[in-house]
Design a protein around this ligand. Structure first.
Ligand code: NAI
Ligand code: MG
Length: 334
């Protein structure tokens, strides 16, 4: 049977870059059914909810979702839609690869790093957010479980093995956050013992930031907790040319959501300026997940050729073209 994919175009630049991605998938000969669903501001306006029940049902039914960025309204009592989706579908692993292309404005051209971020626990999950009535004190709860830590570190080593990677670096702050980061590091060390074929290293997160900027070639697979992973993966995007180049897969036991790392980019929305590469790379992750590696390679080759030859690239890559021209350059190759 044909694979059906839930598609959420999302807000801001979302509809344009998702549209580009579907065109690329179709041109590459991927024979999918697409079911479209609303989420984000667009859904709030149409249905009075950021994530309508119908959208949740489609995500659950089709198991595979391709998603554009969603705008979360600030300070209106809304919780982040992305955090909600990741929790609701137990999408515990956030896989964020960055890979250099030659001939862009990026600082480096030899980067190939996968950040694997725990996606449901820790500081980022928004547990116990309270502020005292007089506004003088605020607190939040950070919860790390052995089960959650073991699940993500195992996932990182399994990914490393599957992709022929040589090294896994556990990033932490166990020297200061003794209980939470301490538990994560303890579990990471235990899991590392089970994978003698892979080199295991560990690094404190602040040093890791410096090392990523000074000497990023040393990194292969990074595994870390939720908030550190959020920050480090944007840093990694910066090594390869910015947020337009950084995809992410949110993977759970039976559902997965593929998206760009970046947001809805309101500053360039509707101007035909967005680089669609992040979502197209997320679609490549989706094809790999679906074991359609040949299609994934075909699309990756087109991206590599367009970017490295500078044929109709977008401004963030050093070119002078828009979303539609760049997409056409990809379609021409396919
Ligand atoms: P952003 O990622 O939307 O934009 C940051 C900067 O990167 C902007 O200058 C933007 O123009 C540029 N940029 C982003 N994607 C680009 C692309 N594909 N091509 C070229 N340039 C690109 O971050 P910002 O402005 O902090 O957030 C905007 C909204 O997005 C917020 O409402 C935020 O909550 C939401 N957001 C949603 C995410 C998601 O749905 N996964 C992730 C991050 C933010
Ligand atoms: Mg982020």
């Amino acid at each position: 049977a044909k694979q059906t994919i839930t598609v959420i175009p999302g807000d801001g630049i979302g509809p344009d870059i998702i549209d580009a991605t579907i065109k690329v998938l179709d041109k590459a000969g991927c024979d999918f059914n697409y079911e479209y669903a609303d989420a984000g501001l667009v859904a709030l306006e149409k249905h009075g909810e950021l994530v309508p029940e119908e959208t949740l049902k489609l995500i659950e039914k089709n198991k595979i979702t391709l998603k554009g960025p969603l705008t979360t309204p600030v300070g209106e009592g809304f919780t982040s839609i992305n955090v909600t989706l990741r929790k609701q579908f137990q999408l515990y692993a956030n896989v964020r690869p960055v890979l250099s292309f030659k001939g862009t404005k990026a600082r480096y051209d030899n980067i190939d790093i996968i950040t694997i971020r725990e996606n449901t626990e820790g500081m980022y999950s928004g547990l116990g957010q309270t502020t005292t009535e007089d506004g003088s004190e605020a607190e939040a709860k950070s919860l790390i479980t052995r089960e959650g830590a073991e699940r993500i570190v195992e996932f990182a080593y399994q990914t490393a093995r599957k992709e022929g990677r040589k090294k896994v670096t556990a990033v932490h702050k166990a020297n200061i956050l003794k209980s939470t980061s301490g538990l994560f590091l303890k579990v990471a060390r235990e899991v590392a013992e089970r994978y003698p074929d892979i080199e295991s290293t560990e690094m404190i997160v602040d040093n890791c930031c410096m090392q990523l900027v000074m000497n990023p070639e040393q990194f292969d697979v990074i595994v870390t907790t939720n908030l550190f992973g959020d920050i480090l993966s944007d840093l990694c995007a910066g090594l390869v040319g910015g947020l337009g180049m950084a995809p992410g897969a949110n993977i759970g036991k039976d559902c997965a959501i593929f998206e760009a790392v970046h947001g809805s980019a309101p500053d360039i929305a509707g101007k035909n300026l967005a680089n669609p590469t992040s979502v197209i790379l997320a679609a490549i992750q989706m094809l790999e997940y679906l074991e359609m590696g040949d299609k994934a390679e075909k699309i990756r080759a087109a991206i590599t050729d367009v970017i490295e030859s500078g044929d109709r690239t977008t401004r963030d890559l050093g070119g002078s073209h828009g979303t539609t021209d760049f997409t056409q350059a990809l379609l021409d190759r396919l």
